[in-house]
Design a binder for this molecule. Sequence first.
Ligand code: AHR
Length: 324
Amino acid sequence: MKTLYIRMGTLLFCLAAYALHEARSAEAAEVTVVGFSQVGAESDWRQANTQSMRKAFSEAKGYKLIIKDAQQRQSRQLAAIHGFVDQKVGFIVVAPVTEDGWDEALQKAKEANIPVIIVDRKIKARSEDLYTCWVGSDFRKEGDEAVAWMEKNLKADKDLFIVHLQGSMGSSAQIGRTEALLAGEGRNPAWRVVARDSGAFTQAKGKEAMERILKQHTRIDVLYCENDDMALGAMEAMDEAGRSYGVKGDVAVISFDATRAGLTATLQGKINYNVECNPLHGPRVEEIVRRLKKGEVQEKYFYVPEAAFDAAFFTQSELDAREY
Ligand code: AHR
């Protein structure tokens, strides 16, 4: 009898261990692996974007998010995509540094049947079938918003001397915002872009570019700056050079992103007009992944909602209510 009890006990133990093993395997099988090739960490915007993805693709929600930081280099992004395919991830998300040069890597993902979601900037692919969908900003619309504000608020009876600080050359964010200013120049004969330089979307390079420009130009009426980080750098340069700017100064500052630091400067009247670039892509991309897993058809392009902030009306409570 005793032997029988021992045998039954052993059997029950084995069954329990087997059940636990099965449950763990099922749990492991449910983890969705997502490979995310991020541009880098050049700006506050970019960090908010990475954070939004981390939050949306948390372990608690059943994801394993592998983030590869490309440090602004497309070659690193291409290597990351190849690596994700070799690892057989479930989904690939790419925030592309530039628009061109993605065909071969995307073809490899397509052949492996791995859906690719492009976020933030757009790409120019040989065929739109090479990626599943895109989520991001309408950068030309952002630029048009800024230029419309300039046309309404900076009416000049004489020429308007404009300095244009551009972002990373070849990125959709730079292309769209630059196109808008060029169109504004075309419509307004009094507008003269006296200097144009790239600060690669970073505060340090924005400052360096503005230092060079300030040495060459004694009169500047407007700084059209393609992101907040560069605007903050340019403001440092203007402070050091003893130039006044913002609502009460000589140089009107137009900026993009509306990050917390950028909007704090807007509240202080240092930036006259700040056009939002919404970095909170995570929830939308996660929703797309869930839908794709259920086999639902996904709309190809999704533009995130964005606002714009005029220093004349922006309030502390609006700043306090911001998510990033
Ligand atoms: O592509 C979005 C742009 O990239 C943001 O405006 C800029 O701050 C970032 O680095």
